[in-house]
Design a protein around this ligand. Structure first.
Ligand code: NG6
Ligand code: CA
Length: 491
């Protein structure tokens, strides 16, 4: 019997806005990331590993379902009170793991919506991670810059005092009586905002949206890392018999960047560098727990990021000023929100000491493929409606083959997509600014088609569309075809 049938545990460590060049094993020299580096040294470091989108919600939607995000109109950056965008009881990767006898958990950032409309934060929230395949959940509802700034455990706000109920609104014309906002009280802020983020002040930081109440339940940004790491480790250790799937969605290095005291000043790059070191510590906590429990050998640990990097994402925390030669996207062009590779090509590491030989792989792989690949690993059959864009690329993921997908679609923002086949990348003409001036990222919008050959031009400098019009046309047509739902699948 092949070893893989022994149902390994699976942990996905999913960073938030971490770029292709942000960790040591992908070339960062100014940010020490010993734990991520040791994971890479023990596993496979992929150089063509992709998130499906350059922003969070779409990317995570694909990771958990195996469906491209632009197939679901609601898969766009969500406010903190948005409804759940995955249908309860629909096909999800965690649900497929449950069917295979796993216990499943999510810890960390959720950002896929909750409830079905108006959420009552003071009661158990129905339509939460536990309704889409997770046995256990300990989450922040949306992002660390969005209200409500509370943790939810299995659908209930943690530490809530019923006499101090929570109210939330994203209607910017509503300010709750007595609410202190960043807009009206900049003198109360510990970090000032550069764009947006001038709603309710929580823990000295202006957030997106408005909330009141829930004082005893409010999180402290500086202890978020240890809070999530502790819950992740508790989940891992809870049961030694059943295999488990843990989706640990790290909150770093998304804004606001407020590391715990131990990590303040860990780098010369300011808060953004420091929270990456903190993130690395979280990775270390998980690896140590697996070692301690003697289950590291038969655990697949994946490390990746939901989208590319951004320096100024709305707060003046010095990330831009202190970057000092550090290249968050490495050699790639663009970053978060971008149609260029910097938006979606991310660190992508898989380790499974018992089975996978350490090495490096340039196979084309995407987070969207985990669902079908792990279903195959566990002998689970997916029907045609399930995980429609997920390919079984298990051989590539486990390093048995250097070939992954032949083609891939990724999203920039708002359903604008890019098509990659082999080393060729085609970006259709798109309206919109070339640069997001707030974040200072190249978005990739241009009135003319763009075609790049990544084998010679990883930085997407030379547009070859005019030189190879036939190829550009062919790739454009194929992208249209996939968007219309026509795909061949290998399962
Ligand atoms: C943007 C926010 C940004 C970040 C992003 C979501 C403003 C001005 N900008 O709208 O700060 O929160 O949404 O990031 O509000 S993501 O990684 O969750 O997609
Ligand atoms: Ca993100």
């Amino acid at each position: 019997m092949p070893k893989e049938s022994s149902r390994p545990n699976i942990v996905i460590l999913y960073a938030d806005d971490l770029g292709f060049g942000d960790v040591g094993c992908y070339g960062a020299t100014e940010i020490p990331t010993p734990n991520v580096d040791r994971l890479a040294a023990a596993g496979i470091r992929f150089t063509n590993g992709y998130a499906t989108a350059a922003t969070c919600t779409p990317s995570r939607y694909s990771l958990l379902t195996g469906s491209y995000p632009w197939r679901n109109q609601r898969a766009a950056i969500l406010p903190g009170d948005a409804p759940l965008i995955i249908e309860p009881d629909s096909s999800t990767m965690p649900a497929t793991f449950c069917r295979a006898g796993y216990r499943t958990g999510v810890v960390g950032k959720w950002h896929l919506g909750l409830g079905r409309g108006r959420i009552d934060w003071n009661d158990r929230i129905q339509f939460c991670p536990n309704d889409v395949g997770f046995d256990y959940s300990f989450i922040m509802p949306a992002t660390n810059d969005r209200v409500p700034c509370v943790y939810l455990e299995n659908g209930r706000v943690v530490n809530l005092d019923p006499n101090d109920p929570i109210e939330v609104t994203y209607d910017d014309t509503t300010v709750f009586p007595g609410e202190l906002t960043g807009r009206d009280h900049p003198e109360l802020l510990r970090v000032s905002h550069s764009h947006g983020h001038d709603g309710t002040i929580v823990n000295g930081v202006g957030r997106i949206g408005h909330m009141r109440g829930g004082t005893s339940a409010l999180w402290t940004d500086e202890t978020m890392a240890e809070t999530f790491a502790k819950k992740a480790v508790e989940f891992i250790a809870a049961d030694r018999e059943q295999p488990f799937f843990l989706y640990y969605a790290l909150h770093q290095p998304h804004v606001p960047r407020l590391p715990g005291p131990r990590f303040q000043g860990a780098t010369k790059l300011g808060a953004r560098g420091d929270v990456i070191v903190e993130m690395d510590w979280c990775v270390g906590e998980v690896l140590s727990a697996l070692d301690r429990l003697s289950i590291r050998e038969n655990t697949i640990v994946i490390f990746s990021s939901d989208n590319g990097p951004v320096l100024d994402d709305g707060y003046r925390d010095g990330a831009e000023e202190l970057k000092d030669g550090h290249r968050p996207a490495g050699p790639l062009r663009g970053g978060k929100y971008s149609l260029f590779d910097g938006g979606t090509r991310v660190p992508f590491i898989l380790s499974w000491p018992e089975t996978v030989k350490p090495g490096e792989s340039d196979a084309l792989v995407s987070h969207v493929d985990f669902h079908a690949s792990f279903a195959a690993l566990n002998g689970q059959k997916l029907n045609d409606e399930e995980a429609p864009d997920s390919l079984n690329v298990l051989d590539a993921l486990l390093g048995r083959s250097g070939t992954g997908r032949e083609e891939l679609v990724v999203e920039g923002t708002r359903s604008k997509t890019v098509y990659r086949r082999g080393d060729w990348v085609f970006i259709p003409p798109y309206q919109g600014p070339a640069i997001n001036v707030n974040t200072n990222t190249e978005l990739g919008n241009a009135p003319a088609p763009q075609l790049y050959d990544l084998s010679r031009d990883i930085g997407q400098i030379t547009n070859l569309a005019a030189r190879h019009p036939e190829r550009a046309k062919e790739l454009a047509a194929r992208l249209d075809e996939i968007r219309a739902g026509n795909q061949t699948r290998q399962r």
